[in-house]
Structures are given as C-alpha cells and as structure tokens.
Design a protein around this ligand. Sequence first.
Ligand code: SF4
Length: 334
Amino acid sequence: MRRLPHPSIYDLDHDTVATAIDDATAARVYRQLYRERRRSSDDLARTRAATGTADAAPLRRLGVTQGRMSTKYLFGLADGGAIESVRIRRRTGMTACVSSQVGCAFGCTFCASGRLGLQRHLRAGEIVQQVLELGPRINRIVFMGIGEPLHNYEQVLAAIRILRDRRGLGLKTSGITISTIGIPRRLRQLREEHLKLNLTISLHASTDEVRRALIPGARGVRLAQVIEASQSWAHRHNRTVTYVYLLLPGINDAPADARRITRLLEGAKARINLMRWNPVLGGDTYQRVDDRSLARFRAALHHGGLDVTVRDTQGKDIDAACGQLWLRDLRPDP
Ligand code: SF4
C-alpha cells in the first residue's frame, strides 16, 4: 500500500494552527480557507511555513461530468493517484458524496471501487478539500464514494472534526453519514466519539456465507457481530441505523432471506433501505431485481415489523451511483 502524502494546510485543525502561531491567526486562517475559500494570503503562507505543510493544494480537478441531479468530479492527487466525488442536488441544498481511500480493500463483487484493491488511504485534508471543491451550497456529506471509511478511521474522523468546526465550514454532524460494511472494532470506537453522526451499514445478505461471497474483505466478520456493534452505537447515541440491502435475484431475495433479516433485526433501532443493483464496468455479473420481486421482499420485511424503504441511488445517468465510481475513468490503459 502506498504511503500517505505530505500533509497540506487542509489537514490542520484549528488548535494546531493556534499552537504553531497564535489564536488570532488560527481564526483568520480558518475564515480565509473555509469561508472566503482563499488559496493564498500572508496568513496562509505563514501557517504553511510554521507547520511545514505542503505549498500546493492536495487535489487538482481533472474532470467534471454533469448529470440530471448529480455532478461527478474527478480529482488528481499529488502522488499521481485519482479519486472521484459526486455532488447531488436536493431541494434544501447539496450533498457531497466523498471518497475516503484510493481504491478499496474489501472487493465487494457488485462495486467498481474495489476492483484494483486498496492503493492508499486519503489524508484528512484530501477529504476536506473534496467538500470545498464541490461548492458552497454543500450542507450534507456522505462517505459513500470510493473506499471504506472505517478502514481509514483516523483520517476520516480528523476530516469530520475540521468540517464541523464552527470557525470554518461549521457543517452539522447530523448531516454527515458514514456508510460502511461494518467493522465491529471500529464501530465500537465510533460509539465512544462525541459525534452525532448518521450510520449506514451495508448488510446485503441474511447469512454469513452469502455475505462472505459478496464482500470478500469482510470474511472474518459475522453478521451478528456487525449488528451487535452497530446497535450498541445506536443505543449509546439514541440513533437509528440504516441497513442497506442490495437485492440480487437468486442470491439474497428469497422469502427465507426476508425471514432471517426480520429475525436478525427484531427490536433493533433499524431502518432498511432496499436497493437495486447498478451495472458496473464489464459487468453483467448480476441482474437487476424486477419490480414485483422487490415489492414482495419489501412486503415480507414490512410484515415482519421492519421499517423499509426502497431507494434508487442518484447519479445512474453519469455512472456515479453506488458501486459505480472510479473504474470507468481510471482503469489502466489496455
Ligand atoms: S462497496 Fe464500499 S466497501 Fe465494498 S468495495 Fe465498494 S467501496 Fe469498498
């Protein structure tokens, strides 16, 4: 795995700047970076010198693809890698769907992002700059781009702390969602953070065997452990966990799957989002579930007492829906 690049000014939390220089400079630096969105000033230059951070910004915009409701951005990294982010328009603002790693180690069979494995984690500043580059109207952030955010726990949490700092962007943590396959050890760590985030867990199976086949990188983790750790987080923070279930015909859509899911989540602080599969590069691996089967599965969960919603991901028109990022633009030359 490649090493993290040299830190940039976007990696600095307010206290670090205040310690390196003084409180007044830190306040100005945060205002200039995050409210005025400046790239250069005497204060920024002084901060870079005092903290030994890189002169250049960590991301370079390489491309923009405009869709109906979403805009996909391709960013080049200082070490030659690349990532994608998506801006999604809503009635009340914009959502930034950000990447947390270059590639992904978990290799989900329905996702483009993991096909070349994990190249490296992103630095906090590389995550923060994605949000800045996506524009001033961003008021929600979802960690649903490339990478598994809890696999890059320290940098993702550092980015969230910078993004929520009221002296800078001041984004509400209730508008930030971590979407994860569920790493129990990290979920227990997240439970202890004083952050009122939203948590989405990719479930996708009702048995450990099917889940291992769909998410090879999570083979050492049992479904019961994922649910136990995520529910422990939910109770500690009095939140509901969203469990995402990608319906794949003939694989995880049988009546017995619905019964097992109902049993697994009985009494849990849970909501289920059922999703259809989006074709990825080179992929006719799976079929898209038809409306009748989807309705049947939904009804079975609903009768089991679960709160179920069918979600269609935004961005299919520009290959920016869940599981489609990255490979289309960045596959190696033949
Ligand atoms: S779905 Fe998420 S965890 Fe799975 S390979 Fe894609 S980015 Fe990684």
